[in-house]
Structures are given as C-alpha cells and as structure tokens.
Ligand binder design. Structure first.
Ligand SMILES: [Fe+2]
Length: 394
C-alpha cells in the first residue's frame, strides 16, 4: 500500500541505533518489493530475523492442475469440498485447490483450527471470508476480520489464522505477484482517487505489533519449486513475532466488501466498474447489492459478453445472483466461464429482470489473462452439466 503507517517503537531516524531498555540493539529489517524499488517497510526485531535452527519438507496438499479440455464452462461447488463436521482443519494447510495457472491459484477451506505460523514466499494473498470470524495475527500486528472481509497479505509476511468461535469459510486467492487496488483508481503518487469505489478510510490496518516470547517455533513456508508450488518448514530459535515496531508502506490490511460503493447507471455498467484489486495477469472484482439500471427500457442483467482475453471465475457468496437463476448455481457455487466462449444470463433471466430496481446479490470475480486449470477440489465438485444450462432451458 502506498500509505505510510508507523506502529510500535521506531527510532526517529531510519538506519540508526535503536535499543531496548537494557541497551540491547534491535535488528532492523528492510522488507521491500521489486528489488527495493517499490513499497517497503522497516521492521525492528528483538532477535536475528535470519536465524534457522532446523528445517524439513512441508508436503502440501495435492497441487496438480489439469487443463480445462475439452473446453467447457463449469459449475463447481465449494460447499461440497468439506463434509459437515470436518474438524481439525486450518486455513493454511487445509486449503483445497480449485483452480490455478502460472499467475494465481484459487483455493477454499472451512477452517475450525488455529493454523501454523505461515509465510507465502511466492506472492501476495487475498483471503475472502465468506463466513465466520477470525484473528489474523501477523508480524505487523493483528487484524480482526469477519464475513465479507478481504484480507490482503503481502508476500513473505509471517502470519497465522485463528478462527474465533467456530468455523470460517475462506476463499483464498494466492498470487504469484503483488495484489494492489486497481491502478486506474490511484493517483500518480498512489492515493485512491475520488472516482474509486472505496478510499483509504475503508481500509483497516493491523494493531500495534504482537510480541511473543517463545523458542523453537515452526514457520510453514510456501515457495517455488522446480515443478510448481512446494513447502518447507523452518524451525526458528525465537518466535517470529519479535517485532517491537515498524513503519513504511508495506503491510497487510483488511477491506470489507460492504464498504465497496457500487457504480451504477441508467444502463448496464461494464464489468470493470466492479473492480477492486489486481495482480499480474488477473483482476479481482465484486458484484455487491446495488440499485440497478434505471433507464426506463433498461435490461438490468448483463448483456452476453465475450471477454476474449480472459477466463472468468465467479464465486457466489451472498444473495441470489440474478443472471444465473435457473442454472443450479447457489451460495458457495463457482462458475468458470473460459475465454473463447461467450456467456451471459441463463434463459429467462433477461425478461425476469425487467423493472427490477435492486439486485440483492454478492459475488467475487477473478478474471485471469491466462487459461485456468482445474485443481483437485475443482475436479471433485464439477457438476458436469452446467455446460448445457443455456440450452436445456431455452
Ligand atoms: Fe461474465
């Protein structure tokens, strides 16, 4: 993020001596993006941040990806991935892979247990909470999050995910790059512009850093391997949460989808009006409850569209999505509309939408510029019939 923030104890001048009450120097760490030519923060550690006492392999869940071939639109069901009563699942090691390519992976988890300490060395993460409450403890401080929150966590941020009072449904977008607000919303210096559908006041930053005294703490590290994503566990001699203060423009934050102010018009607004974030070769949009098109002859559901450069993934996570009625899609569903195939409302949806003034629907959309492949959870929950949904009811 481009906004400067300071938390905890930092010295008045950067790169100068910073000592605790016993005269011991703190260890300054510069955490920066793009070869230190982009956003960064300075963190002050009580112990050496480089120290590793032991290491071992972390065997990730199935990360295989299978091409969407023969090419068809698909309907996946996140709510069928985990059985009712599945326990002992955490939001890091329990993620099940739905879709992915060389730029982004989309996974889902219903977590009831505290995750291990974790660091994604591959890219930023954007976790969307479909349901439940959690505390995301990070090296920068804590974020209290709940239903409808996006949690954007920069690459290599150490954190753990603590469900509060029950299970949490998490839709995890793991980038191989950085995730930022849509760049066209930003001024040349990075301020969210007046036409953006959200602003800095809507972003929630971490509390002051949490300092924990503990030895021999494991951190699960996700990183690149010769054939894709792999994992390693480092045992650190001291707890990774030893930061007494930090400042800069690189940190995790939360943003609730209800704080996204929809852009509406007399006639149908194009999909980019719904954009919130972007990464390299993908965008994240949200369709929120909103007043719909108010031209007297408006057709409120979308026109058929061929986004010729993208695959489109919609995650239906609230209300009743007007354009998909009759397709079998419901809460927790995912539709995959691949590039090369025009798509749009299900039969009858256009007529049913005429005269409607308000859509009570909530969906998170990821559009990728490279084709998406199917992960094990996507393959396991594909209904196999969505491809016929426009034809069979017409
Ligand atoms: Fe679409």
């Amino acid at each position: 993020m481009p906004y400067y923030h300071s938390a905890g104890l930092v010295p008045p001048k950067r790169h100068t001596q910073h000592r605790d009450e016993h005269g011991q120097l703190y260890y300054e760490e510069l955490m920066g993006e793009e070869g230190f030519s982009s956003d960064s923060s300075l963190l002050y550690h009580r112990f050496l941040p480089s120290a590793i006492r032991a290491y071992r392999e972390w065997e990730l869940r199935d990360q295989t990806l299978v091409p969407n071939h023969p090419l068809i639109p698909r309907h996946l069901s996140t709510h069928k991935i985990f059985a009712e009563g599945d326990t002992g699942v955490d939001a890091v090691t329990g993620r099940r892979l739905l879709l992915g390519n060389d730029d982004v992976r989309i996974a889902y988890v219903v977590a009831d247990s505290v995750s291990p300490y974790y660091r994604n060395g591959i890219g930023d993460e954007c976790l969307y909470l479909e349901e439940g409450d959690a505390l995301v403890e990070t090296i920068f401080g804590d974020l209290t999050v709940g239903q409808g929150d996006y949690v954007v966590i920069p690459r290599a941020t150490t954190y753990r995910f603590v469900p509060l009072g029950g299970s949490v449904r998490v839709y995890a977008v793991e980038a191989n790059s950085h995730i930022t607000p849509a760049r066209r919303y930003l001024s040349k210096h990075g301020q969210l512009l007046e036409h953006a559908p959200f602003c800095e006041r809507d972003l929630r930053l971490p509390t002051d850093p949490r300092v924990v005294e503990e030895e021999n703490v494991e951190v699960h590290l996700k990183h690149r391997g010769p054939r894709g994503v792999v994992g390693t566990v480092h045992t650190l001699p001291q707890h990774p949460f030893d930061v007494v203060g930090w400042d800069g423009c690189l940190y995790p934050f939360a943003f609730n989808v209800r704080d996204f102010e929809p852009i509406t018009g007399r006639v149908h607004q194009p999909p980019p009006a719904h954009q919130v974030f972007e990464g390299n070769n993908f965008v994240i949009c949200n369709f929120v409850p909103r007043k719909v098109d108010y031209h007297p002859l408006a057709v409120p559901v979308p026109y058929y569209h061929s986004n010729v450069d993208s695959d489109e993934v919609m995650f239906y996570c609230g209300g009743d999505y007007e354009a998909r009625k009759g397709s079998g899609i419901g809460q927790g569903s995912i539709s995959l509309h691949p590039g090369g195939h025009p798509h749009g409302p299900q039969p009858g949806a256009m007529e049913r939408s005429l005269g409607i003034e308000y859509f009570d629907e909530l969906a998170i959309m990821v559009d990728t510029f490279r084709p998406l492949l199917l992960g094990e959870a996507g393959r396991a929950t594909d209904d196999g019939t969505y491809v016929y949904s426009w034809e069979r009811n017409s």
